[in-house]
Design a protein around this ligand. Structure first.
Ligand SMILES: *Cc1c(COP(=O)(O)O)cnc(C)c1O
Length: 404
């Protein structure tokens, strides 16, 4: 294993070079250690490794070289001391909560979360005595007002789904820390290439590696990133005991994915901005939601917390690949746009080379009440496109057909 990673390297270099695995064969490209267990030279060595007195792998539920390479590379990209890989993004959120919270604790989070995260908080954690309060993500005062003496965790996605509202990470970190709570950010939409929450004051970062870290829609996985105490000790200890771990095969796929992450995030963002600008000129489109548009309410906030390309006057920003827009004519008109596409995939997944389109009100947000949907801004005419890496002219032509 080559441990060398210069903390001053940029995201493209870290994605390619951080934690390059080097086995006994001196392989150039990361090897896949598809083994559940590891052997020892003697009884004494086995005892020493199990006791943590000697470095070494034990069992792939919690120590596997390929998974470790993934963890070290993601930790380097996020600027975190520790990372624990998990079986999925949901397993990452579950592991973080079960490792760090206890019965009687309280979570404050945003109303506009990923649907399964809301279900996890309401239907799973609530059974174990952890209560959750939902607030308006973009309003720091609402987060502050929801705090209780037992609040342990503030949890947010930024930008959030599906309207692309940005959360002020610096402000939330301050609110959390004054209350003796931790701030966790789900960084799935922007990845550490575009946003590094730990450097803005967050304590924990959650990933669904399923999305942009893979980048080609092949594997399900996740991760928790943070400091050596909470993640390196507590979440790792939970993983060792409870076991919702990442498969070495998936870790190998994600390692390959991370080598092109910086390149892809820039290309996704460029396509998304051009698509958003085109949508704004379409008479059938009522509103476009993309933080990269200058008239987006959090455009300046986004620029203040995203990682720029280049320095000083040369700095430019990328705002990720998710564009939402509202068509005139409600559900009927929105479904017409979806049913007219010939290339864009009709699916809710995102972070893929292939563009996808979804109608949030009847899919990702279909199981929540109409009232909650309205509060989240999910109208019947709203469509979400996760912009892929096709030529943007072809994406425009595919959407133009249904808008005509
Ligand atoms: C997909 C997703 C998750 C869950 O990740 P899985 O890998 O599907 O378990 C969590 N948060 C966000 C923002 C997501 O998009």
């Amino acid at each position: 294993m080559s441990e060398f990673a210069d903390p001053n390297w940029g995201a493209a270099t870290l994605g390619v070079r951080a934690a390059e695995p080097r086995g006994a064969e001196r392989e150039h490209s990361a090897a896949l250690y598809l083994t559940s267990s590891f052997v020892y030279q003697s009884a004494a060595q086995a005892a020493a490794v199990f006791a943590g007195e000697e470095a070494g792998n034990i069992y792939s539920r919690f120590t596997n070289p390929t998974v470790q390479a993934f963890e070290r590379r993601l930790a380097a990209l996020e600027g975190g001391a520790s990372c624990v890989a998990t079986a999925s993004g949901m397993a990452a959120i579950l592991s973080m909560c079960l490792a760090l919270l206890k019965s009687g604790d309280h979570i404050v989070t945003a109303r506009t979360l990923f649907g399964s995260t809301i279900n996890l908080f309401n239907n799973v954690l609530a059974k174990f005595g952890v209560e959750t309060t939902y607030v308006d993500a973009a309003d720091p005062a609402a987060w502050r007002a929801a705090l209780r003496p037992n609040t342990r965790l503030l949890f947010a996605e930024t930008p959030n789904n599906p309207l692309g509202d940005m959360v002020d990470i610096r402000a939330l970190a301050e609110i959390a820390h004054r209350a003796g709570a931790w701030l966790a950010i789900d960084n799935c939409f922007l990845t550490p290439v575009l946003q590094q929450p730990l450097k803005l004051g967050a304590d924990l970062v959650i990933h669904s590696a399923t999305k942009y870290l893979d980048g080609q829609g092949r594997c399900v996985g996740g991760a928790v990133v943070g400091d050596a105490e909470r993640v390196g000790k507590d979440v790792f200890g939970f993983m060792r005991t409870a076991g919702p771990c990442m498969s070495p095969f998936n870790a190998w796929v994600f390692l390959k994915g991370m080598e092109t992450l910086a390149l892809r995030m820039r290309a996704h963002s460029e396509n998304a901005l051009r698509l958003a600008q085109w949508l704004q000129t379409q008479p059938q489109v009522e509103r476009v939601y993309y933080p990269g548009l200058p008239d987006h309410p959090q455009h300046e906030l986004a620029k203040s917390q995203l990682v720029p390309w280049g320095r000083g006057a040369q700095a430019t920003w990328s705002f990720g690949g998710i564009v939402s827009f509202e068509v005139r004519g409600g559900r009927e008109a929105a479904w017409r746009v979806i049913d007219a596409v010939r290339m864009i995939s009709i699916t809710a997944n995102l972070g893929d080379t292939r563009s996808t389109i979804t109608h949030p009100a009847s899919t990702t947000h279909g199981r929540i009440s109409a009232q909650a949907r309205a509060a989240a801004g999910v109208t019947e005419g709203l469509l979400r496109v996760a912009v892929g890496l096709e030529d943007v002219e072809d994406l425009i032509a595919d959407l133009a057909r249904g808008l005509r």
